[in-house]
Design a protein around this ligand. Structure first.
Ligand SMILES: Cc1cc2nc3c(=O)[nH]c(=O)nc-3n(C[C@H](O)[C@H](O)[C@H](O)COP(=O)(O)OP(=O)(O)OC[C@H]3O[C@@H](n4cnc5c(N)ncnc54)[C@H](O)[C@@H]3O)c2cc1C
Length: 384
């Protein structure tokens, strides 16, 4: 494999070529750049938008860290990635220069009496897809007064509920800003408002492409799945953890943030339409929130927003190597926050092995993949 000298200079005053260039400063790109810079690598990051992170799916997301709740529709690989990542968030977030709201207070699953069959289906799928170790103390079925005790604000609205006790959540926008500050502190060369085209890549020892849907030209099977959310201000509700309402037509979550802010979401539409939220989706989201708690009727709508989740056919993430100088991370779909730390950790370990020529060819890569905790994550851009 040809590798350029990462420290070659065009003049004695020129900036040295970085060891690693990260393309895309959304969730995965920012996180990977931060962790790489902490290991002492010279890193540059290119992001088409601002340090706020406003352009990415990461900005719109609810940032629930809910591997068991997701087990109702996600395969075990994702559930286990999510569980491992939850531990890593707890370890990594305190290392950031600014506080990020993060809690592990569980997820509450509720349903109206008429929709009990939705719960039976949900429970069956979760028990099938989640490892037994997570189920042991992770699922607590509640009845009557137990529901009220667990989430007093819901009163006696729901006779049955289920607490997924170990789930978490964080504030995505605080995280994006804290990561931007951390990159500054570590002297990462950040190039905000800089769009990188596939045919005009910056020079580096290694490129890590984290452009999400912006990398569609490099992934023949990547698609967007549209999601719409409402952000509201609702003082007086005091929901202490994300709640998911099981419903045959309008399944919904309400994720509390700090200061009585709530994210209500999310639609899941097979479309790459990035236009504003539709009237139909707004009605569905807000009606479902109102049916969870009537005080949402007096909430103030702060924002209606939409974005598309970068999605591969199997709905799983992929870390792909082109056999030379490019790694690509994509397909985080609706699980980006839930799984990003483990994806970042694997990407950084492989990047390090490539830079130090411990992985030089496809045979080394295949050995690396076999030895990895998550072999399913690894792909090659060329057929194996
Ligand atoms: C409505 C909604 C709700 C969600 N809720 C959750 C949730 O509760 N929990 C959860 O775990 N996940 C959730 N997600 C999923 C999560 O947001 C995504 O999985 C995650 O953001 C994907 O990360 P990424 O870095 O691959 O892409 P992004 O976050 O989209 O980042 C890609 C970045 O690349 C930049 N870029 C693109 N093209 C270029 C270019 N040519 N040059 C330079 N920069 C470029 C973009 O501006 C962007 O900042 C949700 C997503 C949506 C849409």
């Amino acid at each position: 494999m040809h590798r350029s000298n990462p420290y070659s200079e065009t003049s004695c005053h020129a900036t040295p070529t970085p060891d690693v260039v990260v393309l895309g400063g959304g969730l995965s790109g920012r996180l990977i750049a931060w962790r790489l810079a902490r290991t002492g690598h010279h890193v540059a990051l290119y992001e088409q938008g601002a340090p706020s992170g406003y352009y990415g799916a990461a900005w719109v997301a609810a940032a629930m860290l809910a591997p068991l709740a997701e087990a109702a529709s996600a395969e075990r690989f994702l559930v286990e990635l999510g569980a491992a990542s939850l531990e890593r968030w707890a370890e990594w977030l305190p290392q950031l220069p600014q506080p990020v709201f993060f809690q592990r207070n569980g997820t509450l699953i509720v349903w109206h009496a008429a929709d009990r069959s939705e719960w039976l289906l949900f429970e069956q799928r979760v028990r099938k897809n989640a490892p037994i170790t997570m189920l042991h103390d992770g699922i607590v079925v509640l009845h009557g007064a137990q529901v009220t005790r667990a989430e007093p604000t819901l009163g006696t609205r729901f006779h049955d509920a289920c607490l997924l006790a170990n789930e978490g959540q964080l504030d995505n926008r605080q995280l994006l800003l804290a990561l931007a500050s951390a990159l500054d502190e570590l002297r990462v060369d950040t190039h905000w408002h800089t769009c990188v085209r596939e045919d005009a890549m910056p020079t580096a020892g290694l490129i890590i492409d984290c452009r999400g849907l912006g990398a569609k030209c490099a992934w023949s099977n990547l698609r967007g799945v549209r999601g719409e959310v409402a952000r509201v201000y609702a003082p007086g509700i005091s929901l202490s953890r994300p709640a998911r309402l099981l419903h045959p037509r309008y399944p919904l979550y309400v994720a509390p943030k700090q200061d009585n802010h709530y994210v209500i979401g999310a639609t899941e539409i097979e479309s790459e339409d990035m236009s504003p939220v539709s009237v139909r989706s707004t009605l569905e989201l807000l009606s479902a929130a109102y049916s969870l708690h009537p005080a949402f009727g007096e909430a103030r709508i702060l924002e209606l927003n939409s974005h598309c989740r970068p999605t591969l056919p199997d709905h799983c993430p992929a870390l792909s190597w082109d056999g030379a100088l490019t790694l690509r991370v994509n397909g985080l779909y609706r699980h980006g926050y839930m799984i990003a730390p483990e994806i970042a950790r694997e990407t950084i370990a492989l990047a390090d092995a490539l830079l130090n020529t411990r992985v030089r060819d496809i045979d080394d890569f295949n050995t690396w993949r076999t030895d990895s905790r998550w072999p399913k994550l690894y792909h090659t851009a060329k057929p194996d």
